[in-house]
Design a protein around this ligand. Sequence first.
Ligand code: PLP
Length: 370
Amino acid sequence: MKHIYLDHNASTPMAPEVVNAMEPFLHQHFGNPSAGHWAASPAREAVDKARAQVASLLACRPTEIVFTSGGSEANNQAIKGTFYAGRARGNHIITSVIEHPAVIQPCRFLENQGAQISLVPVDGRGRVDPEDIRRAITPQTILISIMHANNETGSIQPIAEIAKIAKEHKISFHTDAAQSVGKIPTRVDDLGVDLLSVAGHKLYGPKGIGALYIRSGTELEPLIHGAGHESGRRAGTENVLLDVGLGAACALAQKNSNYENIQALRDRFFSALQEKFGKQIVLNGHLGERLPNTLNVSFVGRKGYELLPILEQAGIAASTGSACHAGAVSLSPVLQAMGIPEETGIGTIRFSLGRNTVWEDLQYVLEILS
Ligand SMILES: Cc1ncc(COP(=O)(O)O)c(C=O)c1O
């Protein structure tokens, strides 16, 4: 059976360069980076190099990078860490209705500890209006957390504009960049953020590793207390193997991420879908301000949760934004927040292309869909 993988926003395969970089740390270099002897040096140097590679992609200092167990931990660290460090100054956090659960749920958790959460809306294309954020600010606001790009629609948020507002009010600004790092530029000074989350498995690195960029001077309480690893910001012996993998993935993304080709393929695929299905195809998300690999479309008159198994049977991996439980249809919170009508949203399929996607794969998908 053919295997066509169009679910790169869920996870990516590890790049061969990443696997090669990790290999010596499976077989050879086992030392504890904190030790003082010969076995420690290769591990310590590898962690330093990996940190520098992540920092280079984000155009920040290596000392501003903390390794985490993934995007979820980075988000939790940013949100809870800011709240615990800043509680004396205020308790208000602003985020948006389309954030990943790894942002929404830490906020919900903090509500039980006295935090006040404001969720700003998005427009029909899935974008936040910076003026809504300005209006939501109160003297108690200590954090704004808005994702860089949405995982379902790929819509890119006006991060630099929001950063200006946050700065004017001296409020920490976090962005969940799990989907954007490696796909579009994510230099922290261009974005103007104080905190930025990275997830390794979205950019051809390993699963279970991520990073949090912490602008120097940003107050943050650690989530994990213990010995002084990661400059006292995250205790625990470093995950040398996965740190090396994330570093290699970042270096590769910086060298060549091939997203112009991916975007061209995606747009050609969308045109072909429109040609074949005409008005039965509706694009969800912003036409231009969108991740280059993401195509979220509704097949009007169809049901995504029925289409997906047909694609799966043909060996095509994609995802849907609708579900049916016990006869009740539900759209994803993101599609709901965008105001997508149920009769359109129910037919949603997300195709997310990757570095190895070729036109023949997409032609095959077209055949199966027709
Ligand atoms: C936007 C976004 N944030 C956070 C995460 C969580 O990252 P991880 O799986 O590394 O915990 C994901 C992954 O699905 C994501 O798409």
